[in-house]
Design a protein around this ligand. Structure first.
Ligand code: NAD
Length: 481
């Protein structure tokens, strides 16, 4: 059985805590394990990163660019292995890992390699003499904590800009999906990144994430995960007055007006509802449809959803792979039961799905569509994070905006209309960090990424994250008399 080892100070280190089993969601079989580290493991990683900082923070932008490129190339060389590992560990389809997760991890390193070369700062001069210029200096050791739904994609989205700006990193991937992070540490070693610059440690949130959040030598926290965990981390990091970026949960609205491009909307709504089994923070789990087209939409959407094949992630025909864990499967099923109790009607799906042996122990859920729930029902207010969407209808633009915003979350909303004025008007009223008009999940790495309300604090992406990972220092020189 494979042991997922920690990578600290350029060496692979076996953990010493309790063993955590790693399961393949497609079969429910254990295929690996890790040893849950604790404060000692965290301390060793932070020490290694602290020792490496003096050297790494003084490297030129070109050197950092070259190292990041070498890491990207290392993943590219082992592309198929990374794709297979991500699918095995997470339950996502091989096709998705191949088209999205691993290419995006590579793109993260390449993008921030280029960003290292482009990152600059301002100067302000006055005709009478003094000149101010801004230094953007790396912070020191930074912590990056990531979730299980897009394991390598999200981990590298943090690591790459942190390294590009001259910080050293202690990264903690989800203990549920640590496999590709482990492969990444092999790539990093092969790329001869100086020891201690990037440390990847494994373990549970409580045993490893907690001590990492509390560690006095960690200068900033970049976290992606649930709002519940974000709150715990904020309570630890906040009183230390450290920088933090929190990317958290969502309950995104997909607002469909009657004057939309219907065919395009229908196709994209299938994706925004069920991609990665609905386990993307950006999925549109609340569909809001204008009354004029709601009957037509529901008929077509249900028909298409019934045709989605639930199956083994490696099967080319599969559109719905496995959800990540037994616990998560149970959580999703409990929300479907709750929907029934809340008066919801299940139009399709609603059940656990069993594959034939040897995959009969896998964690599969039928794609599920629910109608008849009030917006303040728990199923419309809480993040289910599975292949489950609800549909509600509205009549006017104002009603659509009010319904969409009636949530504690505010991550990424979509809206569909061919009326450009309405599109701009509604987009500006939506309480979200991202609004897609006539599209879903178009990602440009230069744009600010993040949420408002309970979905997050701060922005990742582009130059926003380069600024997050640096401290600005204004230097003023008066060269007058
Ligand atoms: P989670 O909050 O349970 O875990 C995320 C990470 O935090 C894991 O590495 C975990 O070990 C760690 N952690 C857990 N408890 C901790 C603690 N007390 N201290 C420090 N670290 C701790 O989230 P998850 O279940 O892995 O991921 C799903 C969630 O992530 C969903 O809510 C989803 O919306 C969210 N998410 C948000 C975004 C975004 O960009 N906003 C992207 C992807 C996922």
């Amino acid at each position: 059985m494979k042991e997922i080892k920690n990578y600290i100070g350029g060496e692979f280190v076996v953990g010493s805590g309790q063993s955590i089993p790693i399961y393949e969601p497609a079969s429910g079989e254990q295929f690996a394990y890790l040893k849950d580290g604790g404060p000692v493991l965290v301390g060793a990683a932070v020490d290694a990163a602290s020792s490496a900082f003096a050297l790494w923070s003084k490297t030129s932008a070109i050197e950092r660019h070259d190292f990041l490129h070498a890491i990207a190339s290392g993943i590219e060389r082992r592309f198929d292995e990374f794709v297979a590992a991500e699918s095995k560990d997470n339950g996502k389809t091989l096709a998705l890992a191949k088209a999205v997760d691993i290419p995006r991890a590579i793109a993260n390193f390449k993008y921030f390699a280029a960003a290292a070369l482009q990152f600059s700062s301002e100067s302000y001069n006055s005709p009478s003499g003094p000149i101010n210029y801004v230094l953007r200096q790396p912070l020191g050791v930074v912590a990056c904590i990531s979730p299980w739904n897009l394991p390598l994609y999200l981990l590298t989205w943090k690591i790459a800009p942190a390294l590009a700006t001259g910080n050293t990193v202690v990264a903690k991937p989800s203990e549920i999906t640590p496999y590709t992070a482990y492969l990444l540490s092999e790539v990093v070693k092969d790329a001869e990144l100086p020891p201690g610059v990037l440390n990847i440690i494994h373990g549970s949130g409580a045993a490893v994430g907690g001590p990492l959040s509390e560690h006095k030598d960690v200068k900033a926290m970049s976290f992606t995960g649930s709002t519940r965990t974000g709150k715990i981390i904020a309570e630890k990091v906040g009183p230390q007055f450290k920088k933090m970026s929190l990317e958290m949960g969502g309950k995104n609205a997909n607002i469909i007006f009657a004057d939309c491009n219907y065919e395009k909307m229908l196709k994209k709504t299938m994706h925004s509802s069920f991609s990665n089994q609905g386990q993307i923070c950006l999925c549109g789990s609340r569909i809001l449809i204008q009354k004029e087209i709601s009957d037509r939409f529901i008929t077509d959407f249900v028909e298409k959803t019934k045709k989605l094949k639930v199956g083994h992630p490696s099967d080319k025909e599969t559109k719905i792979g496995a959800v990540v864990s037994k616990e998560h499967l149970e959580k999703i099923m409990s929300y479907i039961e709750m929907a029934k109790e809340e008066g919801g009607q299940i139009l399709c799906g609603g059940n656990q799905f069993k594959l034939d042996a040897p995959y009969d122990g896998g964690y599969y859920v039928e794609p599920t569509i629910i109608v008849g729930l009030d917006n303040n029902s728990r199923c419309n207010q809480e993040e289910i994070f599975g292949p489950v969407v609800t549909i509600q209808s509205f009549e006017t633009e104002d009603q659509a905006i009010a319904l969409a915003n009636d949530t504690d979350y505010g991550l990424a909303f979509s809206l569909w209309t061919e009326n450009t004025s309405k599109a701009h008007r509604v987009a500006s009223e939506l309480e979200a960090g991202i609004v897609w008009i006539n599209s879903w999940m178009i990602r440009d790495l230069r744009t600010p990424f993040g949420g408002v309300k309970n979905s997050g604090v701060g922005r990742e992406g582009g130059m926003e994250v380069m600024r997050f990972f640096t401290e600005e220092k204004n230097v003023c020189i008066d060269y007058g008399d």
